[in-house]
Design a protein around this ligand. Structure first.
Ligand SMILES: Cc1cc2nc3c(=O)[nH]c(=O)nc-3n(C[C@H](O)[C@H](O)[C@H](O)COP(=O)(O)OP(=O)(O)OC[C@H]3O[C@@H](n4cnc5c(N)ncnc54)[C@H](O)[C@@H]3O)c2cc1C
Length: 318
C-alpha cells in the first residue's frame, strides 16, 4: 500500500487525503495547525467561485465539487445544504459562467435591486457550514484509517525518506515549502458572526464600492463579511472594519440591525494567478502541489482532491 503524506489540514489537504485513502493509499496528514485554526475554518462557506481561476480546467473542478457536495446533501452531520440566495452584480458584463450549473438560476427583477446594483441572480447553491463540515470530514478520514501528525515541515525533502509520495496542500505557505513559487499572495478577509433571528437566504455584493459585502445565514448564526485586502498578511480582527462591514450589510439586510454579536474572525485567502494542481519534478519521490484557491477553496475542494488522486495514482504507477 503506497504511503502518502499530505501537508495541510485545511479543506484542500483533508479532501485530498480523503480521495487518496479511498484510492487505497495509506495516508498521513501533517500540519502545524489544527483544522479548527486554519483559514478553511474561517470560511463562510458558500459554493461560489469568488476570486478563483477562470479556465476550462477550473470549471471542471467546480463541476466535480458541486456534484460531490450534492451527494452530501442527505448526510445531516456533514452540514451541507442547498440554500437560496442572491448574487448582486454592479458591472455591465458580469461573469455568470458558473450559473450554467444551476438550471433554477433566474435574473432578479430590476425593481427588486438595491440602488447602484445593475443586475442580480437568484439561485440555490450548496452552503457548507464549516464548523459542522470540517469536523465531519476529519471523522471520515479517521474512519478511512488516515493518521494525523502535528508539526511544521520546513522542506519537502524532510518527508521524502518516509513516504512514497507527498502532496503539498499548505495553502498560503505552499510555495515557500516547495521553494519554487513566490506567486501566492494573501488576501485578507474578516467576518462577524451574529445571532440568527430566523434568516435563511444569503446575499453577496462582491463589487460594492464601499467594500465586499455578504450575509450568509447558517442554522446557528449569520456570517457577515467581508473584506478582501490584497497583499495584507494581517490576520487579526479590526473593530473598525467589523463596524463598517456590519453597516454595509445592514443596508442590504435591515433585519441585521441590533442583532447580538457572537464572534469575529479573520483569515488570509491563499490567492495565486492560477491554481497550482500539478506534479512537481525534482524530488526523490513523486510530489503533487494543490494550492492557490483564493476565495474559493471550499468551493473547489472536491474537484481538486479528485485531480490530486488521479495525478498521484498516475505518478506512482510510473
Ligand atoms: C473571510 C473568508 C471567507 C471565505 N469564504 C469562502 C466561501 O464562502 N467559499 C469558499 O469556497 N471559500 C471561502 N474562503 C476561502 C477558503 O477559506 C480558502 O480558499 C481555503 O480555506 C484554502 O484552504 P487550504 O486548505 O488551501 O488552506 P488552509 O485552510 O490555510 O490550510 C493550510 C494548512 O496547511 C498547514 N501548513 C501550512 N504550511 C505548513 C508547514 N510548513 N508545515 C506544516 N503544515 C503547514 C496549515 O497548518 C494548515 O493546516 C474564505 C476565506 C476567508 C478568509
Amino acid at each position: 500500500m503506497p504511503q502518502v503524506i499530505v501537508v495541510g489540514a485545511g479543506v484542500v489537504g483533508l479532501s485530498a487525503a480523503h480521495e487518496l485513502a479511498r484510492a487505497g493509499h495509506q495516508v498521513r496528514v501533517v500540519a502545524d495547525a489544527d483544522t479548527a485554526d486554519t483559514v478553511s475554518a474561517v470560511s463562510a462557506a458558500l459554493w461560489f467561485p469568488y476570486r478563483s481561476e477562470q479556465s476550462a480546467a477550473a470549471d471542471l473542478l467546480l463541476e466535480r465539487s458541486l456534484a460531490r457536495f450534492e451527494e452530501l446533501l442527505p448526510v445531516p452531520e456533514a452540514g451541507v445544504a442547498r440554500r437560496p440566495g442572491t448574487v448582486l452584480e454592479r458591472t455591465a458584463d458580469p461573469d455568470r459562467s458558473w450559473a450554467r450549473l444551476f438550471p433554477d438560476a433566474a435574473a432578479v427583477p430590476p425593481d427588486l435591486l438595491p440602488p447602484g446594483v445593475l443586475s442580480g441572480v437568484r439561485v440555490a447553491v450548496p452552503f457548507i457550514t464549516v464548523p459542522e463540515y470540517l469536523p465531519w470530514l476529519v471523522r471520515r478520514l479517521e474512519s478511512l484509517g488516515v493518521a494525523f501528525e502535528r508539526r511544521t515541515v520546513t522542506a519537502v525533502a524532510e518527508l521524502t525518506g518516509s513516504a512514497d509520495a507527498v502532496v503539498v496542500a499548505a495553502g498560503l505557505r505552499s510555495g515557500e515549502l516547495l521553494g519554487d513559487d513566490s506567486s501566492v499572495v494573501p488576501v485578507r478577509g474578516q467576518v462577524v458572526r451574529l445571532a440568527n433571528p430566523g434568516l435563511t437566504d444569503w446575499i453577496t455584493d462582491d463589487d460594492n464600492p464601499d467594500g465586499l459585502t455578504y450575509v450568509f445565514p447558517r442554522n446557528a448564526d449569520v456570517v457577515v463579511g467581508g473584506v478582501a485586502v490584497e497583499g495584507s498578511s494581517d490576520a487579526t480582527v479590526h473593530a473598525d472594519v467589523a463596524a463598517a462591514m456590519l453597516a454595509r450589510a445592514t443596508r442590504l439586510v435591515p433585519e441585521l440591525a441590533g442583532l447580538p454579536v457572537l464572534g469575529h474572525a479573520a483569515g488570509l485567502r491563499p490567492a495565486r494567478p492560477t491554481l497550482r494542481i500539478e506534479a512537481v519534478p525534482g524530488h526523490a519521490v513523486p510530489v503533487v502541489a494543490a494550492y492557490g484557491h483564493g476565495g474559493a477553496g471550499v468551493t473547489l475542494s472536491w474537484g481538486t482532491a479528485e485531480r490530486v488522486a488521479t495525478l498521484l495514482g498516475d505518478l506512482l504507477r510510473g
